[in-house]
Design a protein around this ligand. Sequence first.
Ligand code: HEM
Length: 512
Amino acid sequence: MDSENKPLLLASSLAAALTAYLLLKAVFRKKHAIPAIIGQEGVLASWMATYKYFCSPAEVVQEGYRKYRDGVFRVPRLFTWDYAVTGAKRVAEVGAAPENVLSFYGGVEDSVQGLYTLGKDVLHDPYHQLTVRTSLTRNIGRRFPEVRDEIICSFDDVFGLQGSEWKRVPVIESVMKITARTSNRLFIGLPLCRNQEYLDLNIRNAVDIFIHGQILSIFPEFIKPIVAPLIVTRKKHLRQMLKFVGPMIEERIAKEDELGSDYPETPNDLISWMLEVAKREQRHAPGIAARMLATNMAAIHTTSMALSHVLFDLTTYPQYIQPLREEAERVVKEEGWSKASLNSMHKIDSFIRESQRLNGSGPVTMIRKVVDPNGFTFSDGIVIPYKSLVFVSAKPVHYDSAFYDNADVFDGYRFSKLREAMQATEADSEKVFNRQIVSTGSDFLVFGHGKHACPGRFFAATELKAMLAHVLITYDVKAEDEFSNGVRPPNFVSGQIDMPNVKAGIMVRTRQ
Ligand code: HEM
């Protein structure tokens, strides 16, 4: 055969094999008692439905939520069905299910192809989540002065204001730099938290995991091990991360081995916290560095998206600026800047929670894989088959008038008003906690709910409140011309992505 035609022949054979495989998969896709929202009948309908769900999952999930309140419905993926769950009781059951029945990391494996993008070690022993849950969260108060210092410096550097003129700043780009720096002041401290190459690596890593996961998910299982090494940047990023943190980790391990884990001046940072929980055989630089990348991945983008939404809400609804500013100034005057004093900023907490309620979640959350060969059985007997993905519909809940009055209207004081009303009656006083940004529930799913509810939310909430209070006290903000008529910059929505507007900016100046 002509050698020029070989690649063409190979590509067409691969395409033919793939088409045959997809056809067979679609024909033999399991029938099930649970209703399908779209794509129930026939190969063509099934493919079209898969395409529709891939492009507009929000629409499909909203339709399912409307039709099957407190129920379960199916949505089609290329090779299988996923199962969406609605209603408080079912959300609680998914949230409480043990890892060996409904697996969080099985969900990560499927949704971002974690075996390839995160690596087997991190996926099968994600002890960084324990670190976040324990030492990291316990140290937020103690390390808060440094976090506060980084907030001041990073806003100052990134906004780069001179004189008293208004300046346009692009929101996502600025906020990503600020959040990466601030989070890493807690994780790894100075000077690395200000090293732009290190921060860019961590920002890039999270984006790559998501994008490469999406690309890999369209390939059948048997092709993934061949394709993954060609596109996935995990090993490259780990090598780069090791250049920054490898020597520090090795030195730390050597010192702990020699002097014990609590030798004088043990640095109080993510490396030490990871070493506290790592097993003997996991105490090596690549393992710790991989989990530092994973922690950054979980922290930077989520918090950046939240802060971007908060800034867009602040400039879209400027009537909140003065009352929130007054609250921040009063609390700082009375109690100073600390993790504890931020808890007294009820309106600021409420504003952020409301911002997250309306924009903090995509159509679904709490993705789990059924790993029990008997499937997962809800208390009313409905069974989700083995190896399926289950998730909870999120955004439709946050916009449901059964849970929120005027659900699609932004009310920055929604939760602080509830807190005040509850505080007034003694019987309700313990419920006050349920209205704070960090509390999860079947009607507030931004951080998930149950066993795997985000363990980083206490740090995220501290950061977000401290950042918003800092912006209010230090700067004047307003919408840029294009959005100055009260129209919120529309979210960027594409397939599973639902994020703040990527191009919009806001106007800032030093407070007059
Ligand atoms: C506004 C910011 C954040 C949002 C909206 C957010 C959201 C979430 C969500 C939805 C989950 C999955 C919950 C579930 O499936 O039940 C999660 C898990 C997780 N988050 Fe966050 N997160 C944020 C910030 C952070 C930060 C700052 C950290 C680290 C310091 C962090 C670390 C984690 C980890 C380690 C997990 C996995 C939990 C587990 O293995 O059980 N997150 N987060």
